[in-house]
Design a protein around this ligand. Sequence first.
Ligand code: IMP
Length: 323
Amino acid sequence: MPCTVIVGGFFGDEGKGKIAAYLAMKDKPDICVRGGNGPNAGHTVIHGGVQYSLRLIPSGFVNPSTRLLIGPGVPVDPIVLLDELRKTDSERRIEVDNQCAIVEPRHKEQESRSDHLSKKVGSTKSGVGACNAERALRMAKLAQQIPSLKPYVGDTVGEIQKALSENKKIMIEGTQGTFLSLYHGTYPYVTSKDTTASAACADVGVGPTQVDDVMVIFKAYVTRVGEGPLEGQLDRDEVARRGWTEFGTVTGRERRAAPFDFKLAKRAVQLNGATQIALTKLDVLFPSAKGARRIEDPDKAAKAFVSEIAKQTGVPVMLIGTG
Ligand code: IMP
């Protein structure tokens, strides 16, 4: 803080929801703003014993005094948004930018009909790619045209810029992961937008010089849903044996898994201009780390792994996930 961007370092599902929620409680940002792509993204937050699977609302909602914004670059599905507003009880503190593009049911139908997206890319078929394509053609509807969103729309960029000028704390939440970026990922097995920190800033109307920190999130092993290359991929039995089996938040699909990839991590740090790393699920790789509160607590092997990540990327590991 004051202005921090949070992004995924691999293929999504690194645990951005958890980290964003943790920072929202600890650093108490005045504003949490969602950049990144639309409701194809899934962020899981467990708070007060309740599990939330969010696709649009910023994960920072867990702090009740934080203002919640959705930037103009984020495609919004009103059905998903209204449902999440109700579930998180955040109607009174959300603002959706006037200029968010609208994901319509026909976008989902369009994607479901496409063999290319279903079979080749392994899309979530949430309609987000079709919406982004339509926006590029300048034919998509915007949030300001949708009656059901009327109570929630406004100029989020104006609000963020005012907050920045008053030196308030802002957390920008990205989505998916660096290698699902339309530009920097494993095309065509990618999502329909750039997903790096620069894109998240553009999505919410914050310039590069206005950012203080970029936190890139890595999981202690790499997972991927949908199609596309995954170097070092283990077979299903081995993934289960290691306790790495996971399922997607949005689609429920089983994730493929591979060991931590230092080469990808280095590249992700460069592409995002990262200044900090958060490492999740350290306890899955090193059971001795379970429940550890400080980086000094886990055993030697776990500490060496964390140090190696910092050494190879040149960026400090500031947070570890241990349960
Ligand atoms: P789409 O963006 O829904 O069209 O999906 C394109 C690719 O990105 C597919 O491989 C999806 O599995 C992947 N993808 C999209 N959103 C997420 C996410 O939030 N987490 C992980 N993978 C995602």
